[in-house]
Design a protein around this ligand. Sequence first.
Ligand code: KIV
Length: 263
Amino acid sequence: MKISIKDIVKGNKPIVCLTSYTAPMAKIVDPLVDLILVGDSLGMVVYGFENTLPVTIDMMIAHGAAVVRNAEHALVVVDMPFGTYEHSKEEALKNAQRIMKETGCAAVKPEGGEELAETVRYLVDNGVPVMGHVGLMPQSIEKMGGFKIQGRGDAGAQKVMADAKAIEAAGAFCVVIEGTIEPVAKDITEALTIPTIGIGASPACDGQILVVDDILGMFSAFTPKFAKRYVELAPIVANAVKTYADEVRSGTFPTIGHCFLPK
Ligand code: KIV
């Protein structure tokens, strides 16, 4: 059964979310999770950028459409990349509608708290479902001075709480809390009526999300503390590639069995 936004609610069962960026990965992930995020983390994971700032709306649309075409079960959300929603709520709506029209996704995810609430309200009022994203916001690394854990001290805790509450009040159906100290993420989860989705946040969150290449041990540029690796695929892939290269060089691949013969 296809999961809809109405199914993403606070309840007894944790909400399982994972990123995917390509058709083959979406096919594998789709039946096993509740929500697939086509995250702008693809800038680092797929394109090898240092951060997510260079990601364009065209990249998000190409990858978003590939994932949507291969997701029969999970709800698919596509990230709004840096520079596509901050300038004005009208521009945010135009870009969010383009992402939804051209990918077929169910919702979009911009990053931001209190300062973004009016835009989120405008998107929701105009038929664009929004997943919020507060705490550590990778698109704001220049402003935050790097990938810094949020919620420290009274002022830090109050800021993330206020951001989450503002995004809930603006009509988001759920909110990602990234890189935030645990008691604050827990307090936010208790304070909100919409589900919280944690990444480097708290087991108390209503759901969890990770980057798929991180859990598979495929992305080695930087592994954050919260990214549990369930398998180490990179050495397995390297070994297969080495065997192929050795066989081509030694003439043991291809064999006649791999060739098309005349009838
Ligand atoms: O871009 C991304 O993949 C994300 C999640 C990891 C929350 O925003």
